[in-house]
Design a protein around this ligand. Structure first.
Ligand SMILES: Nc1ncnc2c1ncn2[C@@H]1O[C@H](COP(=O)(O)OP(=O)(O)OP(=O)(O)O)[C@@H](O)[C@H]1O
Length: 251
């Protein structure tokens, strides 16, 4: 087994008396295409929030690239290589796709807080932004305000914005939520084709997409890792079918 790029040790989170994350040891391998599935309220978004530093764990640890990041604030974790998208689109609707990606690249290079460097020109950053948009088939809409893009294109642009930080791990919280079926396929193909030096952990409710695009699946139930395995193992596991997938034979 290779060293994981991101892992948790005994991670716990409670809201009052409600334990939402329960002693979780999760391993994300470098370059993984790893899906996190489970019933509503299983604690999937909470886990992503714990990984990214939006929430503080009640106990346990989070490691990124061999470094204990448990106490690091969210913004610091982005610098260390952990990027995310949210369940609900968080774009700036009046920026064009190109403007937004240029800003994201400049932010990564810490140019936004360095006006003299910024003023001396940011051609390489603009070229990189253009290249990013090209890789995701978005140059045709680069000059359109993001609020006017089709929803699937907005979600894709969000992934580009997260990638502009050059993450080691990309966390996608229901990237295809609200995207029409014909576009979610293209969205997941783009995710599948992300560079292999980026590990992807994605939450998804559409099992067809999960079983097509994930190489490893963790089933979360009541905040615990209920099962973990490759798609074929998860699909044929009778307990997983009982608690989450639903047994078609019973219908
Ligand atoms: N800030 C909070 N305060 C109190 N309870 C919370 C908070 N955030 C989440 N919860 C509760 O924690 C549980 C897990 O929520 P979470 O959103 O992580 O689940 P999920 O698996 O992502 O669900 P879904 O698939 O519906 O998005 C739920 O019972 C939810 O009501």
């Amino acid at each position: 087994m290779t060293d994981p790029v991101l892992f948790t040790q005994g991670l716990c989170k409670s809201f009052g008396a409600l334990r939402v994350t329960n002693n979780l040891d999760l391993r994300i391998e470098a370059g993984a295409r790893h899906a996190l599935i489970g019933p509503n309220g299983a604690g999937k978004s909470t886990l992503v929030n714990l990984l990214t530093g939006v929430l503080k764990p009640s106990s346990g640890r989070v490691w990124l690239n061999g470094e204990d990041i448990t106490r690091l604030p969210a913004a610091e974790r982005v610098w260390k290589g952990l990027s995310r998208t949210f369940q609900v689109s968080t774009i700036f609707p009046r920026l064009t796709a190109f403007e937004a990606v240029v800003l994201a690249v400049c932010r990564r290079e810490r140019l936004l807080r360095n006006p003299s460097r910024l003023l001396s020109g940011c051609k390489p950053q603009a070229e990189e932004a253009w290249d990013f948009l090209g890789r995701f088939g978005l140059t045709g809409v680069a000059d359109r305000q993001m609020g006017e893009l089709a929803y699937g294109q907005q979600r894709l642009t969000e992934i580009v914005l997260a990638l502009a930080a050059r993450p080691k791990v990309l966390l996608l919280d229901e990237p295809a939520a609200g995207v029409p079926a014909q576009d979610s396929e293209a969205l997941f193909s783009a995710i599948e084709n992300l560079p292999r030096d980026v590990a992807v952990l994605f939450i998804e409710h559409d099992m067809e997409l999960v079983f097509r695009f994930a190489e490893k699946i963790t089933v979360l139930v009541a905040g615990e890792s209920f099962r973990e395995g490759v798609p074929a193992e998860i699909a044929s596991d009778p307990d997983v079918r009982r608690v989450y997938l639903g047994d078609e034979d019973d219908e």
